[in-house]
Design a protein around this ligand. Structure first.
Ligand code: GLY
Length: 402
């Protein structure tokens, strides 16, 4: 089949068949290891072994924000196929992540990514009570990061002034919120539903409203970071972040906004969140449409060097499919077609379907200013997570994990 010329449905069916083969082989090799990127042989290592070594007591560091994406992929595949091997491997990772709940300082706001895609997915799929307990503990940890005066969830840990605050524009890290957290707050919506108690969702809504006010710009582009004075909640500034520079538009941040605000709409039915999601989506679509449907790392980066980030593309596609679910069919067609164009363009340029090698979607970039290139246009686990979620959603075989 000519993958460039076939219909969307033919492309989707063909990718789904390849996904079944690739993920079965990958799951057999990776099991309950925690992958992040591939090594020089094109295979996954366990990130807890390769990135930080052991903790002082000989344990593994399991708190990196991406460590939920592999179990998230496994739950998606379990939903689609019913193959128990996926479930066993996902539960194995979740048991490793449990250590984080005994030490609140070992996690930051990304406790949402970590536990939505592991414990909460497990509970949603099977009703497992231990998984529910973990999800609720994680939600309590996230809620506890809420700043009452600034009405935002604190992003990162660390001393008030540190290397990051110096590098990105100073200020006091206790007063920083970031766009990424729009993907963490669904943990709070879930906890409120689960406990039939509005407290958690109120925090999520307040945070999302603050993000609307201080992160999203009138043209639909986004800041990455907002700095508030942590004791009074007074707005200070928008430091730069993982994009090209202060005031530019980091594409993964844009994708967190598209999907994150659409999810806040799903959970609250507040129309303003859907409109913000659309506003950010239109900005992404217009930028990608003039770039062969491939996402630059930053939509306002210099013309050279050309650098892409497929993780932003995959998450944007999922956000567009989420928006499509909440609008009428004529509007939905527009968002779904845009998602197809992004997925197909990235598949054609960046996908690796060899079942003997790990990872599908190459071309992921962690941040724009990468001194040695090791974080630029490489396979990154969350690119694969969002790719799989998008494919299964289009096939009607996904598990809702947010
Ligand atoms: N949440 C961190 C990132 O998007 O790189």
């Amino acid at each position: 089949m000519d993958m460039q010329k076939c219909s969307n449905q033919e492309w989707l069916d063909s990718v789904y068949e390849k996904l079944l083969v690739k993920m079965k082989a990958e799951c057999g090799r990776v099991g309950s290891n925690i992958p992040y990127t591939t090594n020089k042989d094109g295979m996954y290592d366990d990130i807890t072994e390769t990135r930080w070594g052991k903790t002082p007591d000989g344990g593994a560091h399991v708190g990196f924000w991406t460590n939920g994406f592999w179990p998230g992929m496994l739950w998606q595949m379990y939903e689609a196929t019913g193959d128990e091997e996926y479930k066993t491997a996902a539960v194995g990772v979740e048991e490793r992540l449990d250590a984080l709940l005994k030490s609140p300082e070992s996690v930051d706001h990304d406790v949402g990514f970590l536990f939505l895609l592991s414990s909460v997915a497990h509970y949603r799929k099977t009703g497992d009570q231990e998984a529910r307990r973990r999800g609720l503990m994680a939600a309590a940890t996230l809620a506890a990061r809420y700043n009452l005066d600034g009405k935002f969830i604190r992003a990162w840990n660390g001393p008030r002034q540190n290397k990051m605050t110096e590098m990105l524009g100073g200020g006091d890290i206790r007063g920083w919120m970031i766009i990424d957290c729009m993907m963490n707050i669904p943990l709070l919506y879930w906890a409120s539903e689960e406990l039939d108690d509005p407290r958690f969702a109120k925090i999520a809504v307040n945070h999302a409203k603050t993000a609307q006010q201080y992160i999203v710009r009138p043209d639909g582009s986004c800041n990455h970071i907002v700095a508030f004075e942590p004791d009074t909640g007074e707005y200070l500034t928008n430091p730069g972040g993982q994009g090209y520079k202060q005031g530019s538009s980091w594409s993964r941040g844009q994708s967190w906004a598209v999907y994150g605000f659409a999810l806040s709409y799903r959970h609250t039915k507040d129309e303003s969140f859907l409109n913000t999601a659309k506003q950010c989506a239109h900005y992404c679509i217009s930028n990608m449409a003039v770039c062969d449907w491939l996402p630059l790392v930053d939509y306002r980066q210099p013309a050279e060097p050309v650098k892409y980030d497929t993780t932003a593309a995959m998450c944007t596609a999922c956000g567009l499919l989420e928006i499509a679910q909440h609008v009428d069919e004529n509007e939905a067609r527009f968002y779904t077609e845009a998602a197809y164009r992004i997925l197909r363009a990235c598949d054609a340029k960046f996908a690796n379907w060899d079942p003997e090698k790990d990872s599908i979607m190459n071309g992921g970039t962690f941040f724009y200013h990468d001194p040695d290139g090791t974080n630029t246009e490489v396979p990154i686990i969350y690119g694969d997570y969002f790719f799989i979620e998008a494919i299964l959603r289009l096939k009607g075989k996904d598990l809702f994990e947010w």
